[in-house]
Design a protein around this ligand. Structure first.
Ligand SMILES: Cc1cn([C@H]2C[C@H](O)[C@@H](COP(=O)(O)OP(=O)(O)O[C@H]3O[C@H](C)C(=O)[C@H](O)[C@H]3O)O2)c(=O)[nH]c1=O
Length: 357
């Protein structure tokens, strides 16, 4: 029987990759894709499935209770996969309330709709699942001097930015709906994703975009902060596995032991672009050390043992391959990059970096 997914934030970076992945992998699925189309969501990401009758796109806010309830009335939803979120840490430092609204209240609204609709149906919670897509940032920050220390699912939550606080709060609401109402839930916590369709406010696409235009490459602080990089398709595969095989109520960390500091990332991109484009103006002299992010988490590192052992997931794309593929994608999608970096983007970034360029 055809499975119906409510995917929220499915025009954003990870969400759109997930929608494309699922439609490619499974013949017999139907995806109701709800996205508010904020600055970071882009309907162009879904061009290749625009005529696919298995994909139904709706522009809506997950905070809109009427719209979300109507979707549950109109479709017999089997799975909710909640990607919709404000996700940029720097923006959360400027406007925390936007993050509380979408990430916390939006999630609570979805939980209420799922609880009410599923709870009043004949099949109730059977063969249904609410999957909350979360982040390793809820665990806080690891020290640089203990590289063998990793986040595990049991690591206490210690969010340190308004963004991670909003995601941790949402996670706790999801958990509470499992504990209190018996809602079948999973929470996944991923490390830093990269790949096609990522909005160029995040480190990797921002550096690619700036470098091809010979603009300064802003590195926060000393550039030695460490992130654990995960190719987005590996993340999508992990979510699919958790939906199918994840034990109800469990949390799964998704990361690939792929840690790099920010300077290494920037230099790797510079080398690759310099080679591919044969452009000597793209070099390390573009690197510009800028004021550090407030409360900048020093290191994220995930122990992916649980999802590997219990579900058999492992990342298939090495960072070396993934970054080359990602750079090639951005170079061959100049129109996409141009369309998302015009207008409001230019205004936001010229303000942010005006004293550095
Ligand atoms: C944009 C930018 C970033 N950085 C530094 C700051 C971080 O240490 C690192 C990555 O920053 P970015 O903003 O791309 O990502 P994180 O702050 O690590 O958070 C990301 O990964 C987690 C898992 C999520 O859950 C977030 O949603 C996602 O945005 O590069 C710079 O040095 N310069 C820059 O211009």
């Amino acid at each position: 029987m055809r499975e119906t997914y409510l995917v929220t934030g499915g025009a954003g970076f990870i969400g759109s990759n997930f929608v494309l992945y699922m439609l490619e992998k499974y013949e017999d699925v139907r995806i109701i894709n709800v996205d508010k189309l904020t600055y970071a969501g882009n309907i162009k990401n879904l061009d290749s499935v625009a005529d696919d009758e298995r994909h139904i796109f709706m522009q809506a806010d997950i905070c809109d209770a009427d719209v979300i309830c109507k979707i549950f009335q109109d479709y017999d939803i089997d799975y909710v996969v909640n990607f919709a979120a404000e996700s940029h840490v720097d923006r959360s430092i400027r406007t925390p309330e936007v993050f509380a609204q979408t990430n916390v209240m939006g999630t609570v609204n979805l939980l209420n709709a799922a609880k009410a609709s599923w709870g009043s149906s004949k099949r109730a919670f059977e063969n249904r699942k609410f999957l909350q897509v979360s982040t390793d940032e809820v665990y806080g920050s690891l020290p640089l001097d203990d590289p063998e220390c990793f986040f595990q699912e049991s690591t206490p939550l210690d969010p340190r930015s308004p963004y991670s606080a909003s995601k941790a709060a949402a996670d706790l609401f999801v958990k509470s709906y499992g504990d209190t109402y018996g809602l079948p839930i999973n929470i996944t916590r991923c490390s830093n994703n990269y790949g096609p369709y990522q909005f160029p406010e995040k480190l990797i696409p921002l550096i690619i975009n700036n470098a091809v235009h010979h603009r300064a490459l802003p590195v926060y602080g000393d550039g030695l902060n460490v992130r654990d990089w995960l190719y987005v398709e590996d993340h999508c595969r992990a979510i699919d596995m958790v939906l199918r095989k994840g034990k109800i109520g469990e949390i799964y960390n998704i990361g690939g032991h792929n840690e790099r500091n920010n300077l290494t990332i920037v230099r790797t991109i510079v080398r690759e672009l310099e080679t591919v484009l044969q452009d000597s103006e793209i070099n390390d002299s573009l690197i510009s050390y800028v004021e550090d992010r407030k409360g900048h988490d020093r290191r994220y590192g995930i122990d992916p043992k649980k999802i590997k052992t219990d579900l058999g997931w492992y990342p298939e794309t090495s960072f070396e391959d993934g970054i080359v593929r990602t750079i090639a994608w951005y170079l061959s999608h100049e129109d996409w990059l141009e369309s998302v970096t015009s207008g409001a983007y230019r205004e936001y970034y010229s303000k942010m970096y005006e004293h550095h360029e």
